[in-house]
Design a protein around this ligand. Structure first.
Ligand SMILES: NC(=O)c1ccc[n+]([C@@H]2O[C@H](COP(=O)([O-])OP(=O)(O)OC[C@H]3O[C@@H](n4cnc5c(N)ncnc54)[C@H](OP(=O)(O)O)[C@@H]3O)[C@@H](O)[C@H]2O)c1
Ligand SMILES: [Zn+2]
Length: 325
């Protein structure tokens, strides 16, 4: 099979070459579609040192595929979502249903080879059959872009009727924070600089610099880190919760500690989500559509172009469709 392999980081170092699928546990999955996230871009470009394993490495952490062999429950030909956390099913976190925090785990595509190959070998416990009512395009956004904000909102104890302010609302996770917020009955407000977030009917849209001075939200989702950290805490209501699962613009933010304690605000860290939550998302989609805006779709052999393009896109997801020639 062919895979995009790199030994040294840098998109220019990606080489499309023949590699052998490793023998061992897990089912052979033919990758059908992958979606690009900051994680993939940073892993390949080397912007963040993730401790990639193995080296040379195959990146790619959000993908769906088609089974090439029978498992115990899944069958050859099934369309499958790849749950992208490696987990041992035996540590305290796993035993408590928190596979995404596995003490001996990691992220597929970082701690192991990942999706940027024609095939991958995946443990059956990481595979979920895609129901017929879910398209490839919807499914490919579930393991990271949708699951992460879904888990974050559940973790924050979001209740219908609360006000939710989403930073980075036009981004991969932002479009799902808004849609899932709407499904949960929250009043959703968006912070973004492009028009994309208007599609999801937020109550109002602000740019990062024109959030009304007195605006306060019960819940603030902000995965952008440094540049908007102080602002997002400011716009969190008395007793409100600010949730972060990312540091897109930098790791260190200024926290007004007096504002935090005198108004009893709560900062919540969140990451990924559980398999149970991913299954719950599939169930929710029986009744609620999740819309996926696509900026551009690339065939697999153009993966380096897709990664380069990722940084400049404005209108939704960058998709790699392995069925395109
Ligand atoms: N922990 C986890 O499990 C997990 C999972 C997914 C993502 N993440 C992390 O979460 C972060 C966001 O991910 P994402 O995929 O949603 O990113 P994304 O698709 O790149 O979206 C980020 C959005 O933020 C806005 N933005 C960018 N720079 C900004 C700035 N300086 N000030 C204000 N807005 C800015 C942009 O929208 P406008 O230009 O329209 O304003 C952009 O659409 C990343 O750091 C990612 O690694 C973590
Ligand atoms: Zn574990």
């Amino acid at each position: 099979m062919k895979a995009f392999v790199f030994k040294e980081t840098g998109i220019e170092n990606l080489k499309l070459q023949e590699v052998n699928l490793p023998e061992g546990d897990g089912l052979r999955v033919k990758i059908r579609m992958a979606a690009i996230n900051p994680l993939d871009y940073n892993a390949v470009a080397g912007n963040i040192v993730y401790g990639l394993n193995p080296v040379p490495h195959i990146a790619g952490s959000e993908a769906i595929g088609e089974l090439l062999e029978d498992g115990k429950e899944l069958k050859k030909g099934d369309r499958v979502i790849i749950y992208n956390r490696i987990f041992d099913s035996s540590c305290e976190m796993c035993l408590n249903g928190k596979e995404y925090l596995c003490e001996n785990g990691g992220i597929w595509g970082i701690a192991t080879n990942g999706a940027f190959a024609e095939e991958a070998r995946i443990p059956e416990k990481n595979l979920l059959r895609i129901p017929e009512y879910i398209t490839d395009l919807q499914a490919v956004s579930l393991p990271i872009a949708a699951l992460t904000p879904f888990h974050a909102l559940l973790r924050s104890g979001a209740r219908a009727g609360e006000k939710l302010l989403v930073f980075g609302a036009s981004g991969n996770t932002g479009i799902f924070s808004m849609q899932i917020g709407n499904i949960m009955g929250l009043d959703v407000y968006a912070v973004c600089r492009s028009d994309l977030c208007k599609v999801y009917d937020p109550v109002d849209v602000f740019t990062p610099d024109n959030i009304p001075e007195n605006f306060r939200a019960d819940l603030v989702v902000n995965p952008l880190g440094k540049e908007t950290w102080e602002k997002s805490l400011k716009h969190t209501a008395i007793g409100g919760r600010m949730i972060t699962f990312g540091v897109l613009t930098g790791r260190e933010g200024i926290t007004n500690i007096a504002d935090l304690y005198t108004k009893e605000k709560i900062i919540i860290g969140s990451t990924g989500g559980s398999i149970t939550e991913l299954k719950k998302l599939l169930d929710i989609m029986k009744y609620h559509q999740l819309r996926v805006p696509v900026d551009r779709t690339f065939p697999f052999h153009d993966l380096p172009e897709a990664l380069k393009y990722f940084k400049t896109r404005k209108n939704g997801r960058v998709i790699v469709d392995y069925t395109l020639k």
